[in-house]
Every structure is written in structure tokens, then in C-alpha cells.
Design a protein around this ligand. Structure first.
Ligand code: FAD
Length: 337
């Protein structure tokens, strides 16, 4: 086990914030993981599990150990005429697994192309994009309890997946290290092209016969044109979740804001947070090295040397102004550390 002290985390988070970890360990094998967990338990040290750092905003230096997950490997766990169950180790890069599925003509995750980060983080917030969520293909995951070191299988139902949510953000928050995730991919995939501008992009690409490869390519093209590349401008994708409001609240707002977009949900209406933020005048806002992206109001950005606390307080101002104007409480999607 190799523990590094006072490790700079600048290169390990897409926001590009230079937090310093008191202790830092990278693990490539399950044995190395066990050593770090035992070490943390013995010394009663806080342990923070990280993958690609694409959904974290550091607001201070990290006490305890930051554990960087690099458990690699993929295998087919089950296969029949219709489906393939792929078991991916949690340190695998999510998009690499999408590319694997496309190359092997098994569908279900092509709409989730180019989401940054690791397989192990995907269930935490039930990653989603373009009408698909991880839960749609999720079979089970294996996790290890950080303190008892007991292993446990969580089924789809046990993960309690919801919109950008799972049991690992609520009841079991910070309790488990996810070791692997198994997904069911279809050998006769039905491509989902109706969400967002996928169909329009396919038309522009002059695709006649839609395939999982063309859908993946279309999603990649759309994302590249819409979202800032973290390699160029620090960000963690959508900073806020799209809020859900009651139908009565929606009807009331609609009297004033006729152009307010919405999506039906089981309990009411979902309103795009980007629209609310833009209506409050934040789109393109910049203060020194931090601000709100000028093309995508949902994305807060670090232009150069912003502090995490600056970005957090900007998010607080945005939450207050949306609350004041629309009586809607925005919730952060990004994990604040
Ligand atoms: C440009 C950009 C676009 C994005 N687009 C989307 C999108 O379309 N849809 C979407 O859902 N998300 C999106 N995201 C957010 C992000 O990519 C996902 O949340 C991703 O799953 C995070 O993976 P990660 O490995 O970087 O996790 P990290 O940021 O390292 O960690 C995130 C959380 O997961 C926990 N975690 C990580 N690995 C494990 C593990 N093995 N066991 C237990 N806990 C773990 C961490 O403790 C932390 O709480 C985007 C981010 C960026 C930067």
C-alpha cells in the first residue's frame, strides 16, 4: 500500500480545483483496497472514495484519506439469444464501456455516451441523459461496507434508483465502496431517438438506417457542441437537478410565464433548471475566474484559478434568486466536499 501525503488533487477533478488531501491512495486491486480500508479503520481515519472526480466540488482541503479507484476489468457474466450481462469493475471509465457495447452491437447505454467518470460512480446518482438512465439496464452491483468490510450484492430494486438519486445518496451515503456493476445489454436493441435533438442530429449526419453506433455518434456530437469540455474550462456538468413542482404551482406560474417549458412526471411537472436560471439573468454571468457558462446555464464553470468556495457561494445566490422569483427550491446535483 502506497500512501501519499499532502497530495494535490488538481489533476483529479474536472472542476480543476486544487484541494489538498491529507492522505491519498490509488488502488488497482481488491487486495490493495482491503489494505487501505483496514488502515483507515485501524486509524479511525475518514475515507473519501473518488473515481474520475467529475461530480465533486472541493470547497476545502480533505481531511483523512482520499481513495482513487482504479479497479479495472470487464467480463460477460451471462448471455442468451437476447441479452448479454456485462460485469464491469468500478474503476473502468464509463464511456469506454459504452464504446465496448457499441463495438459489440449490444444496446441500451448508447444514449449515455460521453458521460465522464467511472462505472462505480454511475449508480450513485443513477446517471442519465437523452431519455435513458442507468437503472434501465442495471442488473446488480457488488459493494463492500467501508467499516464492517462485508460484501453485499444490491439488486436494481435495492438501489432505490430515482432521478439522479439512489440509496447511496440517502440511507447508505458514504457507507459502501462499489466494486463492480453488472448491466443487461440487448442483442436486439431498440434505438431511442426521440429525446432532445438526437433525430435532428441523425438527419444532419444523413443516417438512413439508425443503429446504436449512429445514436452514440449523434449523442457525442450534440454533447461536444453543447457542453464545455472540462479539459478547457473546469466544470462538473449540470450543477443543479431539474426541480419537480406540483401541477397547481405550475398552473400558477404559467399565468405569468407563458413560455415556461415543462415535462410531465408522476407527481406533477419537471421544469428545466437551466430555463429558471437563465430567466433570473445568470446565463453567461462571470465574476473573476468563476461563473455560469454562456451556452448552458446549468453549468457553473472555473475559468482558471477559482476557489471551490466561490463556486459554492455563486450556487447559493442562484438558488436564492430562483426561490425568490419562482418559489422553486433548486437542489445541487454535484457533491460538495
Ligand atoms: C462535462 C460533464 C458532463 C456530465 N454529464 C452528465 C450527464 O449527462 N448525466 C449525468 O448523470 N451526469 C453527468 N455528469 C456528472 C458525472 O459525470 C457523473 O456523475 C459520473 O457518474 C461521476 O463519475 P466519477 O467517477 O467522476 O465520480 P466522482 O466525481 O469521482 O464521485 C462522485 C460520487 O460518487 C462516489 N463514488 C465514486 N466512485 C465510487 C465507488 N466506486 N464506490 C462508492 N462511491 C463512489 C464519490 O464518493 C462521490 O460521492 C457530467 C459531468 C461533466 C464534467
Amino acid at each position: 500500500m502506497n500512501i501519499e501525503f499532502k497530495k494535490h488533487l488538481l489533476a483529479h477533478n474536472t472542476f480543476g480545483i486544487d484541494s489538498i488531501a491529507e492522505e491519498f491512495a490509488q488502488i488497482q486491486t481488491e487486495d490493495e483496497l482491503m489494505e487501505v480500508l483496514q488502515y483507515a479503520n485501524k486509524n479511525q481515519t475518514a475515507l473519501h472514495v473518488m473515481g474520475g472526480g467529475s461530480n465533486i466540488l472541493f470547497v476545502h482541503d480533505m481531511k483523512g484519506i482520499v481513495l482513487l479507484n482504479q479497479l479495472k476489468g470487464m467480463q460477460i457474466a451471462y448471455e442468451d439469444k437476447e441479452v448479454v450481462h456485462v460485469k464491469c469493475m468500478s474503476g473502468e471509465v464509463w464511456h469506454e464501456c459504452v464504446l465496448w457495447s457499441v463495438a459489440h452491437h449490444v444496446g441500451g447505454i448508447e444514449n449515455l455516451s460521453l458521460i465522464p467518470g467511472t462505472i462505480g460512480a454511475a449508480p450513485i446518482q443513477n446517471i442519465g441523459a437523452y431519455g435513458v438512465e442507468l437503472k434501465d439496464v442495471f442488473v446488480e452491483l457488488e459493494a463492500i461496507h467501508l467499516h464492517t468490510l462485508e460484501k453485499k450484492i444490491f439488486t436494481n430494486q435495492e438501489c432505490a434508483f430515482a432521478y439522479r438519486d439512489s440509496i447511496f445518496k440517502t440511507k447508505e451515503k458514504g457507507n459502501y465502496f462499489i466494486l463492480s456493476v453488472t448491466m443487461a445489454l440487448s442483442k436486439q436493441p431498440i434505438c431511442k431517438t426521440t429525446y432532445g435533438t438526437i433525430q435532428q442530429e441523425l438527419n444532419e449526419m444523413q443516417v438512413d438506417a439508425v443503429s446504436i453506433k449512429s445514436v452514440s455518434d449523434a449523442v457525442i456530437r450534440i454533447r461536444r457542441s453543447k457542453l464545455p469540455n472540462p479539459a478547457e474550462i473546469g466544470n462538473a456538468g449540470s450543477f443543479f437537478k431539474n426541480p419537480e413542482i406540483t401541477t397547481a404551482h405550475y398552473e400558477q406560474l404559467k399565468n405569468t410565464y407563458e413560455d415556461m417549458p415543462s415535462f410531465d412526471t408522476v407527481n406533477g411537472k419537471k421544469i428545466p433548471a437551466a430555463w429558471l436560471i437563465e430567466k433570473c439573468g445568470w446565463k453567461g454571468y462571470r465574476e473573476g475566474d468563476f461563473g455560469v457558462h454562456n451556452k448552458q446555464a446549468l453549468v457553473l464553470v472555473n475559468y482558471n484559478h477559482a476557489k471551490g468556495s466561490d463556486i459554492l457561494s455563486l450556487s447559493e445566490k442562484i438558488i436564492s434568486s430562483v426561490q425568490e422569483k419562482f418559489s422553486i427550491q433548486l437542489e445541487r446535483e454535484v457533491n460538495i466536499w
